[in-house]
Design a protein around this ligand. Structure first.
Ligand code: C5P
Length: 294
């Protein structure tokens, strides 16, 4: 299955909550950059990833599988392999996407047949961004991340992603956030309203977490400068960073920007917006055994 990355077209932190998390207003957009998650029959539950060992993304996949088993009582087995293309500690949602993809994939593979509300409850327990990734596409996301409302997809653009060699931990970026950097969500609501009318309002695109991310990782600024110099209509930090993105109406300029970023030692890829999905996104299915192992 494809497990897509996301970018945040806008993100405002509204305030800190009693449980240590923050209330957000953000517009998330899925992009074509993706990891590949493969589910195969096995004699036990295994998670393998050549690039990660049992790293944090692997753990989220494992926890997603365990959560589905526990909530349904299913004793299913599977070998889940993860081939990573989405960088970690990037603010591109890779780990959350992998967790949501695992829930969707195993729910089909094991025939547990949970509906979206039940999957959403499991997703919320796995991480703030996981509920969004059950459907992806373009969405206004509020609360801690659990209030997800689909909105109109922006007009198509080429997205250039850029990331310095150092990544950032989400919790560290939130810890670095200052009280005076909180805002009231007006810009994100304006962005969502304009998208509802089929327009991407560049003037409403801002990310509260850019300030703390840049203080912790000043190398992000050069990537933002390169994107702007090469003609991005908008360039900003994605989520808590350290990846940033530029939007290019013209694909030739996008390719130049990607090459300039790579020449400066930044990881860079180009990609496109992708629409919401309805269930797991199989690339191919090979049925060489019983599907239902429960
Ligand atoms: O939910 P998740 O485990 O992805 O969050 C990682 C960290 O990001 C949390 O431990 C918290 O520090 C921060 N966070 C937050 N408010 C949110 C989402 C995440 O403070 N709405």
């Amino acid at each position: 299955m494809r497990s897509h990355a996301k970018i945040n077209l806008g993100l405002e932190v509204l305030g800190k909550r009693g449980d240590g998390y923050h209330d957000l207003a953000t517009v998330m957009q899925a992009v074509s950059l993706h990891d590949v998650l493969t589910i195969a029959a096995a004699g036990r539950l295994e998670v393998e990833s050549a690039s990660l060992g049992v790293g944090p993304e692997g753990n989220l996949v494992w926890r997603a599988a365990e959560a589905l088993r526990q909530s349904t009582g299913c004793k299913g087995h599977a070998r889940i392999s993860l081939s990573k293309s989405i960088p970690i500690r990037a603010g591109l949602g890779g780990g959350s996407s992998n967790a949501a993809c695992t829930l969707l994939g195993l729910n089909r593979f094991w025939g547990t047949d949970l509906g979206l509300p039940d999957l959403k409850a499991l997703a919320e327990g796995l991480g703030s961004d996981v509920p969004y990734f059950l459907k992806g596409g373009t969405a206004l996301v509020q609360g801690r991340g659990e209030r997800v409302e689909p909105i109109e997809e922006p007009p198509s653009q080429t997205v250039v992603l850029g990331m310095p060699p150092a990544g950032l931990g989400t919790a560290d970026v939130y810890r670095e956030l200052r009280l005076e950097e909180h805002s009231d969500g007006t810009a994100v609501r304006r962005l969502a309203a304009a998208l509802g009318r089929g327009r991407l309002d560049y003037t409403a695109m801002r990310n509260t977490l850019a300030g703390p991310a840049l203080r912790l990782c000043p190398e992000i600024q050069k990537a933002l400068d390169i994107l702007a110099d090469r003609g991005a209509a908008a360039s900003m930090v994605s989520g808590s960073g350290s990846a940033c993105f530029g939007l290019f109406p013209e694909s030739g300029a996008a390719r130049n920007a990607m090459e300039s970023l790579r020449a400066e030692g930044y990881w860079s890829e180009t990609c496109q917006f992708v629409r919401a999905w309805d269930g797991p996104e199989p690339i191919s299915t090979t049925l060489d055994g019983p599907l239902n192992h429960s």
